[in-house]
Design a binder for this molecule. Structure first.
Ligand code: GDP
Ligand code: ZN
Length: 293
């Protein structure tokens, strides 16, 4: 009997990393039974028995977090990677990632990569202002450059954690991971473009060992729509809105048309980032429209 972490699931075959002897076993489909209707998934801590090459999962520990797409659990942190240029910083996507992660109770760490591409003071000031805002409302922000080897802070956060790294294609996720651990040899976009084929030939979730922690590389969360969320969930996921909402006149104010709304006041006073309020309105509209279908 051993205690392990499921690091990979391909075609019904589970890879189990033993937490004591650090060996890896494969649990074949026939060796796995459903435990009270729950299928094991990547990120699960399990008890398992080894028998003649086969492993059988006998118990799944309680999950701290649980995602459906990607199917992964017990993630505590999500590194959301953006490039400050090429592609341009996309604040709508950034707020979208944060909203979804807040809903699933996963801590977002905002990574601003390709810092080396900012050349002028005005470019730097503009991006710094935005980063400072997110820092001010409580998020951990990290500035990185794969080109200049600026990533110690990022690799420190990966230590002893199970995390995902996510973000648009081309922002530099693979480049950053490859520098932190060259043995990972993750294909970067340059190479896959040269080979004229997609970057991920197999679409599966896998936890990669990195810096005494584990990280899964995933492009996004499902369709990046707000599945299972309503407008109240959205309003709670904008953490600085939630914090100030007790000063709104109406209980349960959604900060749209209600009079004496503290949030709208703060937007007008530039205390809340305008783009963030606009994205908020868009997201609320999206979940309302979804319900009409
Ligand atoms: P991914 O799709 O997010 O995994 O992005 P890649 O790691 O494949 O990087 C996409 C492109 O951006 C590649 O051409 C990289 O060489 C380049 N790149 C990645 N990080 C940086 C960086 O910090 N600075 C600069 N200038 N280019 C970068
Ligand atoms: Zn309000």
């Amino acid at each position: 009997m051993g205690k392990g972490l499921i690091t990979c699931l391909i075609a019904g075959q589970y890879t189990i990393y033993d937490l004591d002897d650090k060996t890896t076993s494969i649990a074949k489909p026939r060796g796995i039974f459903r435990i009270k209707g729950v299928s094991p998934k990547v990120g699960d801590f399990v008890e398992y028995s080894k028998n003649a090459g086969d492993a059988t999962i006998t118990k799944i520990e309680k999950r701290t977090t649980d995602l459906v797409r990607p199917a992964i659990c017990n993630i505590s942190l999500a590194f959301v990677v953006f490039s400050v240029k090429e592609p341009e910083l996309n604040l709508n996507l950034l707020d979208r990632f944060i909203t979804i992660l807040e809903f699933y109770r996963i801590t977002p760490i905002l990574v601003f990569n390709k810092w080396d591409l900012l050349k002028t003071d005005s470019e730097i000031n503009e991006v710094t202002k935005v980063i400072d805002y997110y820092k001010h409302i409580g998020y951990t922000t990290i500035i990185t450059s794969a080109k200049d080897n600026l990533l110690n802070e990022l690799s420190d956060h990966m230590k002893n954690n199970i995390s995902v790294i996510t973000g648009q294609s081309g922002v530099g996720k693979s480049s950053l991971l490859n520098i932190i651990d060259p043995e990972l040899e993750i294909k970067t976009n340059d190479i896959s473009k040269a080979l004229n084929r997609g970057k991920h030939t197999t679409r599966h979730v896998e936890l990669l060992p990195i810096n005494n922690g584990w990280v899964a590389d995933t492009p996004g969360f499902g369709t990046m729509e707000f599945i299972d969320m309503n407008e109240v969930d959205i309003s709670h996921s904008f953490i600085e809105f939630f914090e100030h909402s007790s000063s709104c006149k109406y209980n349960g104010c959604l900060h749209i048309n209600e009079p004496h709304c503290k949030i709208k006041e703060l937007v007008n006073d530039s205390e809340i980032l305008k783009s963030r309020y606009e994205n908020y309105l868009q997201f609320v509209e999206e979940v309302k429209n979804k319900r009409k279908w």
